[in-house]
Design a protein. Structure first.
Length: 431
Protein backbone atom coordinates (compact mmCIF):
# COMPACT_ATOMS: atom_id res chain seq x y z
CA UNK A 1 0.00 0.00 0.00
CA UNK A 2 1.56 3.30 -1.12
CA UNK A 3 0.80 6.27 1.12
CA UNK A 4 0.19 9.79 -0.24
CA UNK A 5 0.06 13.23 1.37
CA UNK A 6 -1.44 16.19 -0.52
CA UNK A 7 -0.17 19.79 -0.34
CA UNK A 8 -2.86 22.14 -1.60
CA UNK A 9 -6.44 20.89 -1.34
CA UNK A 10 -7.50 22.66 -4.52
CA UNK A 11 -10.26 21.78 -6.99
CA UNK A 12 -7.55 20.15 -9.11
CA UNK A 13 -6.17 18.17 -6.17
CA UNK A 14 -9.60 16.81 -5.27
CA UNK A 15 -10.70 15.90 -8.79
CA UNK A 16 -7.42 14.83 -10.37
CA UNK A 17 -5.69 13.05 -7.51
CA UNK A 18 -7.71 12.49 -4.35
CA UNK A 19 -10.97 11.19 -5.79
CA UNK A 20 -9.38 8.61 -8.11
CA UNK A 21 -6.95 7.60 -5.34
CA UNK A 22 -9.83 6.93 -2.96
CA UNK A 23 -12.11 5.25 -5.52
CA UNK A 24 -10.31 3.69 -8.49
CA UNK A 25 -6.98 2.96 -6.83
CA UNK A 26 -7.94 2.35 -3.20
CA UNK A 27 -6.58 -1.22 -3.28
CA UNK A 28 -3.01 0.05 -3.65
CA UNK A 29 -3.11 3.70 -2.50
CA UNK A 30 -3.92 5.46 0.76
CA UNK A 31 -4.40 9.17 1.51
CA UNK A 32 -2.71 9.84 4.85
CA UNK A 33 -2.47 13.63 5.13
CA UNK A 34 -3.71 16.94 3.72
CA UNK A 35 -2.00 20.33 3.97
CA UNK A 36 -3.46 23.70 3.04
CA UNK A 37 -3.34 27.33 4.11
CA UNK A 38 -7.14 27.54 4.34
CA UNK A 39 -9.11 25.31 6.71
CA UNK A 40 -12.25 25.96 4.66
CA UNK A 41 -10.77 23.84 1.88
CA UNK A 42 -10.63 20.85 4.22
CA UNK A 43 -14.35 21.29 4.93
CA UNK A 44 -15.16 21.41 1.19
CA UNK A 45 -13.01 18.34 0.55
CA UNK A 46 -14.63 16.33 3.32
CA UNK A 47 -18.06 17.33 2.05
CA UNK A 48 -17.24 16.20 -1.48
CA UNK A 49 -15.24 13.12 -0.42
CA UNK A 50 -16.68 11.82 2.88
CA UNK A 51 -13.96 9.17 3.10
CA UNK A 52 -11.45 11.97 3.85
CA UNK A 53 -13.17 12.98 7.09
CA UNK A 54 -10.66 11.13 9.26
CA UNK A 55 -7.57 12.11 7.25
CA UNK A 56 -5.25 14.33 9.38
CA UNK A 57 -4.95 17.95 8.26
CA UNK A 58 -2.00 20.32 8.54
CA UNK A 59 -1.06 23.96 7.96
CA UNK A 60 1.79 25.03 5.63
CA UNK A 61 4.24 25.44 8.51
CA UNK A 62 3.57 21.88 9.65
CA UNK A 63 5.06 20.01 6.69
CA UNK A 64 7.74 18.29 8.78
CA UNK A 65 5.16 17.26 11.37
CA UNK A 66 2.90 15.88 8.65
CA UNK A 67 5.73 13.72 7.32
CA UNK A 68 6.71 12.54 10.81
CA UNK A 69 3.15 11.66 11.84
CA UNK A 70 1.79 10.21 8.58
CA UNK A 71 4.94 8.68 7.03
CA UNK A 72 3.95 9.18 3.36
CA UNK A 73 5.79 7.62 0.44
CA UNK A 74 4.73 10.32 -2.02
CA UNK A 75 3.82 13.99 -1.68
CA UNK A 76 1.34 15.38 -4.22
CA UNK A 77 1.74 19.14 -4.81
CA UNK A 78 -1.36 20.90 -6.16
CA UNK A 79 -1.15 24.24 -4.37
CA UNK A 80 -0.74 27.72 -5.87
CA UNK A 81 2.09 27.81 -8.42
CA UNK A 82 4.54 29.91 -6.40
CA UNK A 83 4.38 27.46 -3.47
CA UNK A 84 5.31 24.38 -5.51
CA UNK A 85 9.05 24.83 -5.09
CA UNK A 86 8.85 24.91 -1.27
CA UNK A 87 6.83 21.72 -0.94
CA UNK A 88 8.82 19.88 -3.60
CA UNK A 89 12.17 20.70 -1.99
CA UNK A 90 10.90 19.86 1.51
CA UNK A 91 9.63 16.49 0.28
CA UNK A 92 12.93 15.72 -1.49
CA UNK A 93 14.86 16.57 1.67
CA UNK A 94 12.83 13.88 3.42
CA UNK A 95 13.75 11.43 0.64
CA UNK A 96 10.17 11.29 -0.66
CA UNK A 97 8.88 11.04 -4.20
CA UNK A 98 6.91 14.04 -5.49
CA UNK A 99 4.03 14.29 -7.95
CA UNK A 100 3.45 17.94 -8.84
CA UNK A 101 0.97 19.82 -10.94
CA UNK A 102 2.37 21.97 -13.71
CA UNK A 103 4.14 24.32 -13.70
CA UNK A 104 6.81 22.66 -11.58
CA UNK A 105 7.84 26.14 -10.39
CA UNK A 106 7.42 29.73 -11.57
CA UNK A 107 11.05 30.57 -12.40
CA UNK A 108 14.03 28.89 -14.01
CA UNK A 109 16.01 29.57 -10.82
CA UNK A 110 13.54 27.57 -8.73
CA UNK A 111 13.55 24.78 -11.32
CA UNK A 112 17.34 24.63 -10.94
CA UNK A 113 16.96 24.41 -7.15
CA UNK A 114 14.55 21.50 -7.53
CA UNK A 115 16.79 19.58 -9.93
CA UNK A 116 19.83 20.12 -7.70
CA UNK A 117 17.89 18.92 -4.65
CA UNK A 118 16.63 15.89 -6.54
CA UNK A 119 20.21 14.87 -7.33
CA UNK A 120 20.94 14.77 -3.58
CA UNK A 121 17.73 12.98 -2.68
CA UNK A 122 16.43 9.44 -2.88
CA UNK A 123 13.14 10.93 -4.04
CA UNK A 124 12.06 11.53 -7.62
CA UNK A 125 9.95 14.34 -9.12
CA UNK A 126 7.09 13.65 -11.54
CA UNK A 127 5.33 16.54 -13.30
CA UNK A 128 1.76 15.85 -14.42
CA UNK A 129 1.77 17.12 -18.01
CA UNK A 130 -1.54 15.53 -18.98
CA UNK A 131 -1.61 17.00 -22.51
CA UNK A 132 0.90 14.32 -23.47
CA UNK A 133 -1.74 11.68 -22.72
CA UNK A 134 -4.48 12.88 -25.08
CA UNK A 135 -5.14 10.14 -27.69
CA UNK A 136 -4.50 12.66 -30.47
CA UNK A 137 -1.20 13.73 -28.96
CA UNK A 138 0.05 10.18 -28.40
CA UNK A 139 -0.95 9.32 -31.98
CA UNK A 140 1.08 12.28 -33.24
CA UNK A 141 4.05 11.04 -31.20
CA UNK A 142 3.68 7.57 -32.73
CA UNK A 143 3.46 8.97 -36.26
CA UNK A 144 6.62 10.98 -35.70
CA UNK A 145 8.45 7.98 -34.23
CA UNK A 146 7.45 5.92 -37.26
CA UNK A 147 9.43 8.28 -39.48
CA UNK A 148 6.45 9.32 -41.64
CA UNK A 149 7.43 12.99 -41.68
CA UNK A 150 11.19 12.49 -41.53
CA UNK A 151 13.40 14.96 -39.69
CA UNK A 152 11.28 17.74 -38.22
CA UNK A 153 12.09 21.16 -39.62
CA UNK A 154 9.38 23.34 -38.09
CA UNK A 155 6.26 23.34 -35.92
CA UNK A 156 3.37 25.80 -36.07
CA UNK A 157 1.25 25.81 -32.92
CA UNK A 158 -1.49 28.39 -32.39
CA UNK A 159 -3.45 28.11 -29.15
CA UNK A 160 -6.78 29.81 -28.51
CA UNK A 161 -8.41 30.44 -25.12
CA UNK A 162 -12.03 31.61 -25.14
CA UNK A 163 -13.49 34.64 -23.38
CA UNK A 164 -14.80 32.55 -20.47
CA UNK A 165 -11.65 30.61 -19.65
CA UNK A 166 -9.28 33.36 -20.72
CA UNK A 167 -10.87 36.07 -18.60
CA UNK A 168 -10.87 33.78 -15.55
CA UNK A 169 -7.08 34.05 -15.30
CA UNK A 170 -7.44 37.80 -14.94
CA UNK A 171 -10.05 37.42 -12.20
CA UNK A 172 -7.87 35.20 -10.01
CA UNK A 173 -4.40 35.08 -8.48
CA UNK A 174 -2.90 34.19 -11.89
CA UNK A 175 -2.96 37.92 -12.75
CA UNK A 176 0.00 38.48 -10.38
CA UNK A 177 3.28 37.44 -11.99
CA UNK A 178 4.97 36.63 -8.70
CA UNK A 179 2.26 34.05 -7.95
CA UNK A 180 1.88 32.43 -11.39
CA UNK A 181 4.96 33.38 -13.41
CA UNK A 182 2.56 34.88 -15.95
CA UNK A 183 0.54 32.93 -18.48
CA UNK A 184 3.57 32.09 -20.63
CA UNK A 185 4.53 29.85 -17.68
CA UNK A 186 1.24 28.94 -15.98
CA UNK A 187 -0.52 28.00 -19.22
CA UNK A 188 2.01 27.87 -22.04
CA UNK A 189 4.40 25.55 -20.18
CA UNK A 190 1.83 22.84 -21.03
CA UNK A 191 2.26 23.57 -24.71
CA UNK A 192 6.03 23.92 -24.64
CA UNK A 193 6.33 20.57 -22.89
CA UNK A 194 4.13 18.95 -25.53
CA UNK A 195 6.33 20.22 -28.36
CA UNK A 196 9.52 19.32 -26.46
CA UNK A 197 8.18 15.77 -26.04
CA UNK A 198 7.10 15.40 -29.66
CA UNK A 199 10.46 16.63 -30.92
CA UNK A 200 12.56 14.92 -28.25
CA UNK A 201 14.78 18.00 -28.41
CA UNK A 202 15.77 20.65 -25.89
CA UNK A 203 14.86 24.29 -26.58
CA UNK A 204 17.88 26.55 -27.02
CA UNK A 205 16.79 30.12 -27.82
CA UNK A 206 13.55 32.13 -27.67
CA UNK A 207 12.44 35.39 -29.22
CA UNK A 208 8.94 36.70 -28.64
CA UNK A 209 6.48 39.56 -28.62
CA UNK A 210 3.59 40.03 -26.22
CA UNK A 211 1.01 42.50 -25.01
CA UNK A 212 -2.05 43.01 -22.84
CA UNK A 213 -4.72 43.73 -25.43
CA UNK A 214 -8.01 42.68 -23.85
CA UNK A 215 -7.69 43.08 -20.09
CA UNK A 216 -6.40 45.76 -17.74
CA UNK A 217 -7.53 49.38 -17.41
CA UNK A 218 -6.48 50.29 -20.98
CA UNK A 219 -8.74 47.67 -22.57
CA UNK A 220 -11.12 49.09 -25.20
CA UNK A 221 -13.78 46.84 -23.61
CA UNK A 222 -13.45 48.41 -20.14
CA UNK A 223 -16.85 49.98 -19.27
CA UNK A 224 -15.47 52.07 -16.40
CA UNK A 225 -11.97 52.97 -15.24
CA UNK A 226 -12.10 52.13 -11.56
CA UNK A 227 -9.98 49.72 -9.53
CA UNK A 228 -11.14 47.28 -6.90
CA UNK A 229 -14.39 46.11 -8.50
CA UNK A 230 -15.79 42.55 -8.19
CA UNK A 231 -18.19 40.91 -10.61
CA UNK A 232 -20.67 39.98 -7.89
CA UNK A 233 -21.15 43.59 -6.77
CA UNK A 234 -20.14 45.60 -9.85
CA UNK A 235 -22.44 48.46 -10.82
CA UNK A 236 -21.52 48.19 -14.52
CA UNK A 237 -22.16 44.46 -14.99
CA UNK A 238 -24.66 45.12 -17.77
CA UNK A 239 -22.05 47.13 -19.70
CA UNK A 240 -19.34 44.44 -19.49
CA UNK A 241 -19.23 42.23 -22.57
CA UNK A 242 -17.37 39.46 -20.75
CA UNK A 243 -19.91 39.35 -17.91
CA UNK A 244 -23.03 39.46 -20.08
CA UNK A 245 -21.63 36.80 -22.46
CA UNK A 246 -21.53 34.20 -19.68
CA UNK A 247 -24.11 35.37 -17.14
CA UNK A 248 -27.79 36.25 -17.13
CA UNK A 249 -29.23 39.07 -15.03
CA UNK A 250 -30.36 36.51 -12.44
CA UNK A 251 -26.95 34.80 -12.68
CA UNK A 252 -28.66 31.54 -13.59
CA UNK A 253 -26.45 30.67 -16.54
CA UNK A 254 -24.57 27.38 -16.18
CA UNK A 255 -21.11 27.35 -17.72
CA UNK A 256 -18.72 24.45 -17.23
CA UNK A 257 -14.93 24.45 -17.20
CA UNK A 258 -12.49 21.88 -15.82
CA UNK A 259 -10.35 24.60 -14.25
CA UNK A 260 -12.91 27.00 -12.77
CA UNK A 261 -15.40 26.61 -9.96
CA UNK A 262 -16.23 30.22 -9.19
CA UNK A 263 -19.65 29.50 -7.69
CA UNK A 264 -18.15 26.96 -5.29
CA UNK A 265 -15.41 29.29 -4.06
CA UNK A 266 -17.84 32.18 -3.64
CA UNK A 267 -20.37 30.00 -1.83
CA UNK A 268 -17.80 28.60 0.58
CA UNK A 269 -16.01 31.89 1.12
CA UNK A 270 -12.41 30.70 0.82
CA UNK A 271 -10.14 32.87 2.94
CA UNK A 272 -8.65 35.88 1.13
CA UNK A 273 -9.68 34.44 -2.24
CA UNK A 274 -12.02 36.15 -4.70
CA UNK A 275 -12.34 34.50 -8.13
CA UNK A 276 -14.37 37.45 -9.46
CA UNK A 277 -11.86 40.30 -9.40
CA UNK A 278 -12.35 42.84 -12.19
CA UNK A 279 -10.53 41.94 -15.38
CA UNK A 280 -10.06 45.64 -16.12
CA UNK A 281 -8.10 46.49 -12.97
CA UNK A 282 -4.92 48.53 -13.49
CA UNK A 283 -2.98 46.23 -11.14
CA UNK A 284 -2.97 43.38 -13.70
CA UNK A 285 0.67 42.51 -14.40
CA UNK A 286 0.59 39.86 -17.12
CA UNK A 287 0.14 39.65 -20.88
CA UNK A 288 -2.85 38.13 -22.68
CA UNK A 289 -1.27 37.74 -26.14
CA UNK A 290 2.04 36.16 -27.18
CA UNK A 291 3.84 35.12 -30.32
CA UNK A 292 7.19 33.36 -30.02
CA UNK A 293 9.86 31.61 -32.04
CA UNK A 294 11.83 28.82 -30.37
CA UNK A 295 14.99 27.23 -31.78
CA UNK A 296 15.79 23.65 -30.75
CA UNK A 297 19.10 21.87 -30.33
CA UNK A 298 18.76 19.74 -33.48
CA UNK A 299 17.59 22.59 -35.68
CA UNK A 300 13.79 22.39 -35.43
CA UNK A 301 11.95 25.71 -35.15
CA UNK A 302 8.69 26.38 -33.32
CA UNK A 303 6.34 29.21 -34.28
CA UNK A 304 3.97 29.60 -31.32
CA UNK A 305 1.12 31.92 -30.45
CA UNK A 306 -1.50 32.07 -27.74
CA UNK A 307 -4.42 34.44 -27.26
CA UNK A 308 -6.54 34.57 -24.08
CA UNK A 309 -9.69 36.24 -25.42
CA UNK A 310 -11.18 34.52 -28.46
CA UNK A 311 -14.68 33.38 -29.52
CA UNK A 312 -13.77 29.70 -29.10
CA UNK A 313 -11.15 27.51 -27.45
CA UNK A 314 -8.76 25.06 -29.05
CA UNK A 315 -5.63 24.91 -31.20
CA UNK A 316 -4.26 24.46 -34.68
CA UNK A 317 -1.09 22.46 -35.21
CA UNK A 318 1.18 21.69 -38.15
CA UNK A 319 4.44 19.72 -37.97
CA UNK A 320 6.68 19.88 -41.03
CA UNK A 321 9.44 17.42 -41.85
CA UNK A 322 11.72 16.32 -44.64
CA UNK A 323 9.21 13.63 -45.70
CA UNK A 324 5.86 15.30 -45.07
CA UNK A 325 3.52 17.27 -42.85
CA UNK A 326 0.99 16.57 -40.08
CA UNK A 327 -1.99 18.84 -39.45
CA UNK A 328 -4.74 18.83 -36.82
CA UNK A 329 -7.12 21.26 -35.16
CA UNK A 330 -9.17 20.85 -32.00
CA UNK A 331 -12.05 22.72 -30.41
CA UNK A 332 -12.08 22.46 -26.62
CA UNK A 333 -15.28 22.93 -24.60
CA UNK A 334 -17.68 22.60 -27.56
CA UNK A 335 -20.59 23.50 -25.26
CA UNK A 336 -19.16 27.04 -25.15
CA UNK A 337 -18.66 27.40 -28.91
CA UNK A 338 -21.53 29.35 -30.51
CA UNK A 339 -21.34 27.52 -33.85
CA UNK A 340 -20.93 23.93 -35.14
CA UNK A 341 -17.47 22.41 -34.67
CA UNK A 342 -15.84 19.79 -36.91
CA UNK A 343 -14.66 16.41 -35.67
CA UNK A 344 -10.93 16.37 -35.01
CA UNK A 345 -8.74 14.29 -37.30
CA UNK A 346 -5.02 14.15 -38.05
CA UNK A 347 -4.11 14.78 -41.69
CA UNK A 348 -0.84 13.45 -43.08
CA UNK A 349 0.53 15.01 -46.25
CA UNK A 350 3.57 13.20 -47.66
CA UNK A 351 5.98 15.44 -49.48
CA UNK A 352 5.20 13.44 -52.64
CA UNK A 353 2.07 11.33 -52.63
CA UNK A 354 -1.51 11.11 -51.43
CA UNK A 355 -2.99 12.65 -48.31
CA UNK A 356 -4.09 10.39 -45.45
CA UNK A 357 -6.76 11.31 -42.89
CA UNK A 358 -6.44 9.54 -39.54
CA UNK A 359 -9.45 9.17 -37.23
CA UNK A 360 -8.30 8.67 -33.65
CA UNK A 361 -10.19 6.55 -31.12
CA UNK A 362 -11.23 8.92 -28.34
CA UNK A 363 -11.45 8.24 -24.60
CA UNK A 364 -13.61 9.54 -21.79
CA UNK A 365 -12.08 11.75 -19.12
CA UNK A 366 -10.60 15.19 -18.58
CA UNK A 367 -8.13 16.85 -20.96
CA UNK A 368 -9.26 14.86 -23.97
CA UNK A 369 -9.15 11.54 -22.16
CA UNK A 370 -5.60 12.11 -20.96
CA UNK A 371 -6.28 12.39 -17.21
CA UNK A 372 -7.39 8.76 -16.57
CA UNK A 373 -4.32 7.32 -18.30
CA UNK A 374 -1.97 9.69 -16.48
CA UNK A 375 -3.63 8.69 -13.20
CA UNK A 376 -2.91 5.04 -13.97
CA UNK A 377 0.77 5.82 -14.53
CA UNK A 378 0.89 7.73 -11.22
CA UNK A 379 -1.05 5.33 -9.01
CA UNK A 380 -0.36 1.95 -10.68
CA UNK A 381 3.09 2.60 -12.14
CA UNK A 382 4.14 3.33 -15.72
CA UNK A 383 2.45 1.12 -18.32
CA UNK A 384 5.15 -1.45 -19.23
CA UNK A 385 3.57 -2.04 -22.63
CA UNK A 386 4.02 1.54 -23.83
CA UNK A 387 6.93 1.67 -26.31
CA UNK A 388 8.01 5.25 -25.55
CA UNK A 389 8.50 7.38 -22.41
CA UNK A 390 5.64 9.72 -21.56
CA UNK A 391 5.65 10.46 -17.82
CA UNK A 392 7.48 13.73 -17.21
CA UNK A 393 10.36 14.33 -14.83
CA UNK A 394 11.99 17.39 -13.31
CA UNK A 395 14.06 18.16 -16.41
CA UNK A 396 10.90 18.19 -18.53
CA UNK A 397 9.27 20.50 -16.01
CA UNK A 398 12.29 22.78 -15.98
CA UNK A 399 12.55 23.20 -19.75
CA UNK A 400 8.83 23.93 -20.04
CA UNK A 401 8.98 26.62 -17.33
CA UNK A 402 12.23 28.12 -18.59
CA UNK A 403 10.87 28.41 -22.12
CA UNK A 404 7.87 30.26 -20.70
CA UNK A 405 10.11 32.55 -18.66
CA UNK A 406 12.23 33.22 -21.72
CA UNK A 407 9.09 34.24 -23.62
CA UNK A 408 8.08 37.02 -21.24
CA UNK A 409 11.67 38.15 -20.67
CA UNK A 410 12.10 38.47 -24.42
CA UNK A 411 8.92 40.55 -24.52
CA UNK A 412 10.23 42.78 -21.76
CA UNK A 413 13.82 43.10 -22.95
CA UNK A 414 13.21 43.02 -26.72
CA UNK A 415 15.96 40.50 -27.37
CA UNK A 416 16.39 36.77 -27.74
CA UNK A 417 16.87 34.74 -24.56
CA UNK A 418 19.02 31.63 -24.24
CA UNK A 419 17.45 28.83 -22.21
CA UNK A 420 20.62 27.51 -20.62
CA UNK A 421 21.58 31.00 -19.45
CA UNK A 422 18.37 31.14 -17.42
CA UNK A 423 18.64 27.58 -16.13
CA UNK A 424 22.29 27.87 -15.16
CA UNK A 425 21.83 31.22 -13.43
CA UNK A 426 24.56 32.82 -15.56
CA UNK A 427 22.15 35.43 -16.83
CA UNK A 428 20.84 38.17 -14.55
CA UNK A 429 17.17 37.40 -13.95
CA UNK A 430 15.08 40.56 -13.80
CA UNK A 431 11.93 40.41 -11.69
Amino acid sequence: MKKFAVCGVSKRAIGMFMEPMLKRFSDSCQLVGMLDVDSKRFEVCKEQLPSTRDVPVFKPGEFDRMVAETNPDVVIVASRDDTHVTYIINALRHGLDVVTEKPMATTAADCRRIMDEEERSQGKVTVTFNYRYSPYHTKIKELMLSGKIGRVTSVDLNWYIDTYHGSSYFQRWNRQRDLSGGLSIHKSSHHFDLVNWWLDQKPVEVFSFGATNYYGSESPLNPKRENGRYCATCDVQSDCSYYTRWNTRSNSASVQDDHIDSDLSRRNGYTDYRPDQCIFDSTIEIEDTYTATVRYEQGALLSYSINFSLPYEGYRLAINGTKGRLETAEYHAPSRVPFPTPTQTIDYFPLFGSKETIHVVEREGGHGGGDPVLQEDIFLGVDPGRPYPILSGSQDGAYAVTTGEAVWKSVKEKQSIFIEDLLSGQRLVNS
